[in-house]
Design a protein around this ligand. Structure first.
Ligand SMILES: Nc1ncnc2c1ncn2[C@@H]1O[C@H](COP(=O)(O)OP(=O)(O)OP(=O)(O)O)[C@@H](O)[C@H]1O
Ligand SMILES: Cc1ncc(COP(=O)(O)O)c(N)n1
Length: 433
């Protein structure tokens, strides 16, 4: 699939064209790019803007239309009237999804649309939009109306729809109980998509949101499906935002390749720990790492075989696969449900010496007694879930380690948990060897 991103260059790659390339690549989509303006900015400050000439813009667009099948277009920073008019001339006959992210001001305060271009933006760019995604401030600015009890998001969205956009999403409306919502006016129907607000000041969430919408629309999904997909995608990108520069955080997507790379590195380092073979249980070891918000073991990467003991060495038998682990992945899912930041786990042999080392190090330990398992739990085969939940309930803080001493015919076990495989490995180093 090929998606075209039309927008400004952000040299810090936190927003604009460069951010779109990162996002579409994470979605395994080829990104075509047309630059409208070059900006100088970083995560703290916005510098200057140099728009490209109309001729240059037109030539960029023509060169792509002559060569590629384009499945969807995202429009970000357009800056001035000349740019707006060229985009309109080139795009107005197209029949593919176009998502407009009306960027007016950057998070760091830079001007991304000239004041005297606002009129043409409304006249030429808004009517191109299959979906337009103003945030609350942008929606108020475009509609010249403040959201209030009287002027509801619906009234504001309708004003923007009347300018020619087919569907309108007003993003980032903050509510009570740490909720953040997007108000949607889809043709004649309205609805709200709500979720938890992450307390991080970030750069690029709006760009990621509109990029994910056009990606999903280009895959022929409905508007509603695309908005839910984009909301989750953006949430993950904010959750995974990193402090790369000195200022605001830069949003990022943890690609499946990155999950694989992190787990694979940690497994290699695990196998090299001196004397680690003593910590491999009879049922062998699995080491797992999940995607954000895993729903089932299919979202958890693990070894399709196990890490096995071969005399005084340990070797990895099998490959990394989603759904590769059952037991450790199930334990992780129970932990992750209560503590979503915990995404990695490993099981180790139960030994008194290890437990006393765990207790001496400052790790938080939880445990459960398998002989107390209720009958229905045994019958349903949901022992691990029951045990992990039992240990979590009885621990004030997030347990680093949960163990049980086994039962008749059941091997005792220790499970070490952490945010990432690297984090789990650090804990293992404290308690083994
Ligand atoms: N702190 C947050 N926690 C969770 N979701 C958020 C948060 N901030 C924004 N979102 C969601 O991210 C999506 C993008 O909206 P946002 O309001 O960030 O756009 P924007 O202000 O245009 O961003 P930008 O300034 O990066 O262009 C929306 O679905 C919004 O609800
Ligand atoms: C080139 C360009 N395009 C868009 C944004 C908006 O993104 P943000 O509001 O996150 O700063 C930006 N800062 N720069």
């Amino acid at each position: 699939m090929n998606i075209l991103s039309i927008g400004g260059s952000d040299p810090s790659s936190g927003a604009g064209i460069q951010s779109d390339i990162r996002m579409f690549s994470a979605l395994n989509t080829y990104t075509l790019t047309v630059i409208t303006a070059i900006t100088s900015q970083n995560t703290s400050n916005f510098g200057i803007v140099e728009p490209v000439s109309s001729k240059m813009l037109k030539k960029q667009l023509e060169s792509l239309f002559l060569d590629f099948k384009i499945d969807g277009i995202k429009i970000g920073m357009v800056y001035n009237s000349k740019i707006i008019k060229v985009i309109y001339q080139q795009l107005n006959k197209l029949k593919i999804p176009i998502v407009v992210d009306p960027v007016i001001k950057s998070t760091t305060g830079g001007k991304l649309l000239e004041i005297n271009a606002v009129k043409d933006f409304k006249k030429y760019i808004i009517p191109l939009a299959t979906v337009i995604t103003p945030n609350k401030d942008e929606a108020e600015f475009l509609s010249k109306t403040k959201i209030s009890r009287k002027n509801t998001p619906k009234i504001i969205a309708k004003k923007i729809q009347d300018m020619g956009a087919k569907n309108v999403v007003i993003t980032g409306i903050e509510g009570r109980n740490n909720k953040i919502s997007d108000f949607v006016l889809e043709k004649n129907t309205k609805y709200v998509i709500s979720g938890e607000k992450i307390s991080k000041i970030n750069h690029g969430s709006g760009c990621n949101h509109s990029a994910a919408i056009v990606y999903s629309l280009a895959k022929k999904k409905s508007i509603k499906e695309s908005l839910y997909f984009a909301r989750k995608f953006t949430y993950d990108s904010i959750k995974n935002a990193k402090k790369i520069g000195k200022g605001v955080l830069i949003t990022d997507i943890q690609s499946e390749d990155k999950i694989k790379e992190d787990l694979s590195n940690a497994i290699n380092r695990f196998t090299e720990i001196k004397g680690i073979y003593k910590n491999i249980p009879e049922c062998q070891t699995n080491f797992v790492f999940s995607k954000q918000k895993p729903k089932s073991t299919k979202d958890v990467l693990g070894i399709s075989g196990r890490i096995v003991k071969a005399e005084k060495r340990v070797i990895v038998a099998g490959e990394l696969k989603y759904g590769g682990s059952k037991h450790v992945a199930t334990a992780l899912l129970s932990m992750n449900k209560k503590y979503p930041q915990i995404c990695s786990a490993i099981n180790l042999k139960y030994q008194k010496t290890t437990i006393s080392k765990i207790k001496k190090s400052k790790l938080i330990v939880g445990s459960y007694d398998r002989s107390l398992e209720p009958k229905d739990v045994k019958i349903k085969g949901s022992t691990i879930k029951w045990g992990i939940n039992f240990a979590i309930k009885n621990s004030k803080n997030i347990p680093d380690v949960i163990y049980h001493k086994g039962d008749f015919g059941k091997e005792p076990m220790i499970i070490v948990f952490g945010k990432t495989p690297e984090n789990v490995l650090k804990k293992i180093l404290k308690i083994t060897g």
